[in-house]
Design a protein around this ligand. Structure first.
Ligand code: HEM
Length: 504
């Protein structure tokens, strides 16, 4: 009896494999697909290339298969673009065709199947969400309104670190204090709220839930169930956990922030007070432009897209400055000579400091927080440099490789800000050069660049003005091993940094 069953299973598998081969042959004949490794039925290339499709592994595959290649990850098509010209085609020339986003089983949960802005397909909903978010978040007026808040927050960081004896001796994980600062920078804009200390219970809860959301979303653990739908039942436990985290998070945003703000607005009435971002978003809800879920997903998007990316970049910047003391000293000399020793840098000063700007650009080039951009997608069949790109392919632009390819940059493996004052002096972070796209470019590019750059300048500037940043005793460098995720890149081990206060 058991033998009969085994025979049936084997026969079933045989038929499935033959069918898959025949179908893929027929498809292959009709379509001119980009090159890529040979696929095997059901698994595609997954068993060959593995789960960890980070920017470095994808750069190695580009060397083998070319500037555009296709991987079949189970049932999913993954197209990887690795040259400035093709990046231009995807993000600019055919920006509409490739302007959608893919989600996977996990991102479907965290974004309510694209009810947010970051992960929704290109269309009416995205346009509306981006328009509604622009005035409260992404204009120079917002920068001018909130820069004093950011200057205050980094001022408090400096004070806390100066008062922390451990920071001067054995060192501290500076990132922890900077995380509180980044939450305050963004929660001031969003809700006109700040958290007093790292122990604030609400901050602790929020940080834990956001951290869990990122871990679950960026992990490679769930790939198998995403790539091969028949394996999805095995993911039940993982997806259940995602759903729980998502519910608890949105509930927290609602109970502690949205409802509070609504109450405040109703007691104050509609006086001419300065509004914070959420008041604008709630106005859009009142007008019927978006619903309450959309409001919550906007809060969700800002928590992830704004806070973590900027914090990772600050963390990378500090690590590189510690590991390159001569660059740190040169930056300090610029701050001292342009502003005067001990005169705290403010937002307008950041534009008067070319070396500071170069350090920021180099950090974003060498250690890109989103090295593959946020995955793009073509809703319909498309063409790319003569190849057929089947509808709903996940399209990754390997922005890290564009900015680190020795064919396009002088000694890209060196952390050398001077390049942005010499041979690359005209290159900006806003996408004016397709070799350098830390914030993407085109329709789906990062609207937060307008906030991120001054926050980076203020934070790194104030730290270097006030402290000599060093590795902990007994170490001559901090560990900069990278940890990649589905499309993120951060430092594997949060560095312990010694911060020796300067005396003015
Ligand atoms: C150093 C910090 C940051 C980096 C490196 C960064 C990078 C990026 C990148 C690479 C993308 C995807 C571009 C594409 O897919 O073509 C993106 C999208 C996005 N970013 Fe940022 N970002 C940063 C900070 C921020 C901040 C501070 C905010 C908000 C205040 C923000 C909000 C967004 C949003 C909403 C999107 C989605 C845009 C869309 O899909 O239309 N980002 N970011």
């Amino acid at each position: 009896m058991d033998l009969l069953l085994a025979e049936k299973v084997l026969l079933g598998l045989f038929v499935a494999i033959v069918t898959a081969i025949t179908v893929s042959k027929l498809r292959g004949k009709r379509l001119r697909l980009p090159p890529g490794p040979l696929t095997i039925p059901i698994f595609g290339n997954w068993l060959q290339v593995g789960d960890d499709l980070n920017h470095r592994n994808l750069s190695d595959l580009a060397k083998k298969f070319g500037d555009v290649f296709l991987l079949r990850m189970g049932q999913r098509n993954l197209v990887v673009v690795s040259s400035p010209d093709l990046a231009k085609d995807v993000l600019h020339t055919q920006g509409v065709e490739f302007g959608s986003r893919t989600r996977n089983v996990v991102f479907d949960i965290f974004t309510g199947k694209g009810q947010d802005m970051v992960f929704t397909v290109y269309g009416e909903h995205w346009r509306k969400m981006r328009r509604i978010m622009t005035v409260p978040f992404f204009t120079n007026k917002v920068v001018q309104q909130y820069r004093y808040g950011w200057e205050d927050e980094i001022g408090r960081v400096v004070e806390d670190v100066r008062n922390n004896l451990a920071a001067q001796k054995e060192g501290v994980v500076l990132r922890k204090r900077l995380q509180l600062m980044m939450y305050n920078n963004m929660y001031r804009i969003m809700f006109d709220r700040r958290f007093e200390s790292e122990d604030d219970p609400l901050f602790v809860k929020l940080k834990a839930l956001n951290g869990e959301r990122s871990r679950l979303a960026q992990s490679f653990e769930y790939n198998y169930g995403d790539f091969i739908p028949i394996l999805r039942p095995l993911l039940r436990g993982y997806l259940k956990l995602c759903k729980e985290v998502k519910e608890r998070r949105l509930q927290l945003f609602k109970d502690y922030f949205l409802e509070e703000r609504k109450k405040l607005a109703s007691t104050k009435g509609s006086s001419g007070d300065l509004k914070c971002a959420i008041d604008h978003i709630l106005d859009a809800q009142k007008k019927g432009e978006i619903n309450e879920d959309n409001v919550l997903y906007i809060v969700e998007n800002i928590n992830v897209a704004a806070i973590e990316t900027t914090l990772w970049s600050i963390e990378w910047g500090i690590a590189e400055l510690v590991n390159h003391p001569h660059i740190q000293a040169k930056l300090r000399a610029e701050l001292d000579s342009v502003l005067g020793p001990g005169v705290p840098i403010t937002e307008p000063d950041t534009y008067k400091l070319p070396y500071l700007q170069a350090v920021i650009k180099e950090t974003l080039r060498f250690r890109m927080a989103i090295p593959l951009l946020v995955p793009h997608m073509n809703l319909h069949d498309a063409k790319l440099t003569g190849y057929d790109i089947p509808a709903e392919s996940k399209v990754l632009v390997n922005a890290w490789w564009l900015a680190n390819n020795p064919d396009n940059w002088v000694r890209p493996e060196e952390f050398r800000p001077e390049r942005f004052l010499a041979e690359e002096a005209r290159v900006e972070a806003n996408g004016n050069d397709f070799r350098y796209l830390p914030f993407g470019v085109g329709r789906r590019s990062c609207p937060g660049i307008i906030l991120a750059l001054p926050i980076l300048g203020l934070t790194l500037g104030r730290l270097v003005q006030n402290f000599e940043l060093l590795p902990p005793p007994g170490q001559d460098k901090v560990d900069t091993t990278e940890k990649g995720g589905q499309f993120s890149l951060h430092i594997l081990k949060h560095s312990t940094i010694v911060a020796k206060p300067r005396v003015f």
